[in-house]
Design a protein around this ligand. Structure first.
Ligand code: ACO
Length: 382
């Protein structure tokens, strides 16, 4: 086979690592974290336990989980000068850009320069998991002129974030929904941001740089940023009655038009996480009127299945997550930062795994540029 024939744009089907962190079968919509189906974890576990499972490889004992939970609570607060830094950020900036900068800054205040020390790596991992929600909530509040709230050590991970963001303790039902969302987004095999984390980790970058790099990749609209765009799309359509006309017009204008929240490199059936999120939405709206955005999403899924289903394009995790977050009162541009505060556990699990048998990533390229081009002095150029 020629080198040219081996080239796979987007590295489709090219293994980038040997990994035991998660398993994904895109034909059966099966996703397992360390062998446990994600649906089971979303229902029966919680984010703290899932984060331990992903990074350490096995479920924790009761004692391990209690200590981990305690250690996370201890690391939620951030240095007051980091809060000052966040206050100085432009209020109209995107929260993903703020998170990217804040996570890099977290590494300035709590450095972990030597990744050869497992104890410091574990400490930094706990700090990242614990403090990222604080950073996201701090920017979300300060940009609208609200005081930054201190974390509440009496609340668990999910409840504390909703409290720091909105200023009031969530109901048990809202806490459970949000916790399940965090679990569902915690890990997803060799996606673009995880690959980024592994590449940065392979250069022995410090864990804060590793996670900041992954956050940058996640921000893209073809990756985590799709959850915001999916909700904006449902709002723009304006209601289920407009779906068909909207989609026909988009496809007439651009036959390659991408519907946000549909399609996936690996899944050729509906993403199992979208199914769980839809069940969560159904449950949430069982006793209240269904929001128009949700009705629109349902109709778009139905109409799109007839058009894109034969190509294996179905809802991915970003299709229904925004509808759920919106009903929890979360601002749209905070959806992707929430993805990041969940996915940090998966990124860290891959980073730890990468360090065990590390070799720096250094792929090849197929050169298509010129060679032996003479240098023409500036004054001689036309
Ligand atoms: N709407 C309409 N058509 C689509 C969509 C979509 N959302 N996604 C893919 N297609 C079509 C493409 O036009 C292409 O058609 P063609 O074969 O006729 O040229 C074919 O399906 C393959 O699409 P690619 O973009 O080449 O697939 P790839 O695997 O590279 O991309 C991706 C996957 C980026 C997720 C893509 O489906 C997409 O852009 N979806 C919309 C954005 C989105 O929802 N992203 C979130 C993904 S999940 C996550 O990252 C958390």
């Amino acid at each position: 086979m020629t080198v040219e024939a081996e080239f796979k744009p987007g590295l489709e089907d090219v293994p980038a690592a040997k990994s035991a962190v998660s398993f994904l079968d895109g034909k059966k919509a099966r996703l397992e974290y360390r062998g446990i189906p994600v649906e089971v974890l979303a229902q029966q576990s919680n984010y703290e336990e899932t984060a331990w499972l992903l990074i350490k490889g096995d479920l924790p004992t009761q004692k391990q989980l209690a200590e981990f939970d305690h250690d996370l609570r201890q690391r939620r607060a951030v240095h007051y000068r980091l809060k000052d830094l966040i206050r100085c950020m432009p209020a109209d900036g995107h929260p993903m850009d703020a998170l990217h900068a804040s996570v890099a800054a977290l590494g300035l205040f709590y450095p972990c320069p030597n990744v050869a020390d497992p104890a410091r790596n574990w400490d930094a991992s706990m700090r990242l998991i614990a403090a990222m929600p604080t950073l996201v909530a701090a920017f979300a509040r300060t940009r609208r002129g609200d005081e930054i709230l201190d974390p509440r050590p009496d609340l668990d991970h999910a409840a504390n974030f909703l409290y720091m963001l909105g200023g009031k303790e969530p109901t048990p039902a809202a806490r459970k929904v949000f916790d399940a969302c965090l679990v569902l987004h915690a890990e997803h095999q060799m996606n673009a941001s995880t690959f980024t984390a592994r590449v940065a980790g392979s250069a022995l970058a410090n864990p804060y740089q590793v996670i900041a790099s992954a956050i940058g990749t996640l921000s893209g609209p073809l990756h985590g940023g799709a959850n915001e765009e999916a909700l904006e799309q449902f709002e723009g359509i304006g209601g289920p009655q407009n779906v068909k006309g909207w989609l026909d017009a988009k496809r007439a204008a651009d036959p390659k038009y991408k519907v946000m929240g549909l399609g996936h490199r690996v899944y050729k059936v509906k993403d199992g996480r979208a199914t769980v999120l839809q069940e969560i939405a159904e449950h949430m709206f069982a006793e209240t009127a269904r929001p128009k955005t949700y009705e629109t999403a349902l109709e778009l899924e139905r109409v799109a299945a007839g058009i894109y289903g034969p190509k294996g394009i179905y809802p991915n995790v970003d299709f229904y997550s925004g509808v759920v977050y919106q009903s929890l009162g979360i601002p749209t541009d905070v959806f992707t930062p929430i993805f990041a505060i969940a996915r940090v556990a998966g990124w860290l699990a891959h980073w730890h795994e990468q360090l065990v048998n590390n070799r720096i990533y250094r792929p090849d390229q197929i050169s298509v540029g010129k060679n032996d081009v003479p240098y023409v002095p500036l004054e001689q150029r036309p």
